[in-house]
Write a protein that binds this ligand. Structure first.
Ligand SMILES: Cc1cc2nc3c(=O)[nH]c(=O)nc-3n(C[C@H](O)[C@H](O)[C@H](O)COP(=O)(O)OP(=O)(O)OC[C@H]3O[C@@H](n4cnc5c(N)ncnc54)[C@H](O)[C@@H]3O)c2cc1C
Length: 403
């Protein structure tokens, strides 16, 4: 078994409210040969396939599900450069220089995602956003001020807003917050669909539902065997399998949590900034294009899917309550409520690089609250590995060798 199948999400995700153009796919009818086999047709696999076809590789994608029906359909799609772990805290974990590089690389990842998406004409609902980072139990107002100073040192600017300013400008009931610009929100299905479509136009074939059940790797080629009895042979394999982590990576430093989200009816809010709390568990809020408010958080440190699903209605009520406190004038009646698994690392950074012990195999575990941007960073780094170029930040994300 290469990855164990999970129940990645349940409930009604807000993206089910919008049209979801199909991405053509087929079943395997024979063995296949390609330069790169990408395992997983979610947003990470979509970004990867586009990047690698752009670099001139032939690519095939295999997925055990219908494309874009894994975690990608559960995301709330705040596209932000901020890493889950504040710079001041990340510096204590991995040192200031490395933490500064990680923060800058995240910003670069976000900017390149936005620019590339626009250049490729995939403009579906991608919107620039103002963002508020509010004080909470992880960073109190003083610590938030220190975070602002640390961020300024590495080139990130923000305004420090007090309670009065937050209420007056945005009707947001929070103590203090950092206001910044440069983040985005998107419809994740359409975003990922756009990238898959472009890869297909460049010759990528998508095979689904097809499950990879065994991998044999050698110095020259990798042979991926499917449950349906076929073999895809490739120079390289890239795992973009989301929270269904390859067995070879099970001992890496990450955990799978449970998380919840809700969305209100349409037209309840005019423009409000994206918001997330420096709290544990945190709360985050964004507006969808049609004026719904999407709100998520309430993370719990367990991955049991039955337990997770059973808590959805209670958790949606908790999100509703917290949202009311922050945005008192907005109708917080939920129209959509859903939950999902969610990958977390102690640093908030994704894990990207060669898979230890499997020659010519790479993986992008785009974990953390900005998993989509982390997928973009992953696509850039893997392109560099496969084209023999040095990536100055690859060391930040590498998998640890087994001890
Ligand atoms: C409620 C929620 C809110 C979130 N909010 C945000 C947010 O605001 N911003 C953000 O950036 N991120 C957010 N995330 C994280 C984001 O959803 C993930 O980073 C992203 O969806 C991961 O995409 P992926 O392509 O890696 O995984 P997936 O979409 O799950 O795709 C992986 C695919 O791999 C396939 N696969 C696995 N194993 C095999 C195998 N052996 N053979 C064949 N196929 C296989 C699966 O079937 C699946 O389709 C959120 C997540 C959740 C759950």
């Amino acid at each position: 078994m290469v990855t164990i199948k999970k129940d990645l999400r349940s409930g009604q995700s807000v993206w089910m409210a919008y049209s979801r153009p199909k991405i053509p796919h087929e079943n395997l009818k024979s063995d296949m040969r390609t330069d790169v086999l990408v395992i997983g047709a979610g947003i990470t696999g979509a970004l990867m396939a586009e990047e690698l076809t752009d670099a001139g590789f032939s690519v095939i994608i295999l997925d055990r599900r219908v494309p874009l029906t894994g975690s990608t359909l559960a995301t709330t799609a705040l596209l932000q450069s901020e890493i889950d772990e504040p710079l001041t805290k990340l510096s204590r974990q991995i040192g200031f220089d490395k933490a500064a590089r990680a923060w800058r690389r995240s910003k670069l990842g976000l900017d390149s995602l936005a620019e590339k998406t626009q250049l490729l004409g995939i403009s579906y609902d991608l919107r620039p956003e103002l963002s508020l980072y509010t004080a909470g139990n992880v960073l109190d107002p003083d610590a938030l001020k220190k975070e602002q100073d640390a961020l300024r040192q590495i080139g990130f600017t923000s305004d420090f807003l007090d309670h009065k300013q937050l209420t007056k400008r945005y009707s947001i009931n929070a103590r203090v917050a950092l206001l910044s610009s440069g983040n985005y929100s998107a419809n994740p299905y359409k975003l990922a669909h756009g990238y898959l479509k472009i890869s297909k136009e460049r010759g990528t074939k998508i095979f689904a539902p097809e499950e990879i059940s065994d991998i044999e790797s050698s110095a020259r080629r990798v042979y991926a065997h499917t449950k349906s009895g076929f073999c895809a042979s490739a120079r390289y394999v890239v795992f973009t399998t989301g929270y269904e982590v390859p067995e070879q990576l099970k001992k890496q430093n990450y955990k799978i949590f449970s998380t919840w989200a809700m969305a209100t009816k349409k037209d309840v809010a005019d423009d409000i900034p994206m918001l997330w709390e420096a709290s544990d568990p945190y709360l985050y809020i964004r507006r969808a294009k049609d004026g719904r408010i999407i709100c998520g958080g309430e993370d719990e440190e367990f991955s049991n899917e039955k337990k997770r699903d059973a808590m959805t209605s209670k958790k949606v009520k908790a999100l509703q309550r917290k949202m009311k406190k922050l945005l008192p004038i907005i109708d917080n009646t939920p129209e959509y409520g859903w939950c999902g698994s969610f990958g977390v690392t102690p640093t908030g950074l994704p894990l990207i690089g060669p898979v230890p012990g499997l020659k010519n195999c790479f993986a992008v575990l785009a974990f953390g609250g900005n998993g989509i941007v982390n997928g973009r960073i992953g696509a850039d780094i893997i392109r560099n590995y496969l084209t023999g170029k040095d990536d100055p930040d690859a060391d930040i994300y590498n998998f640890k060798l087994p001890s």
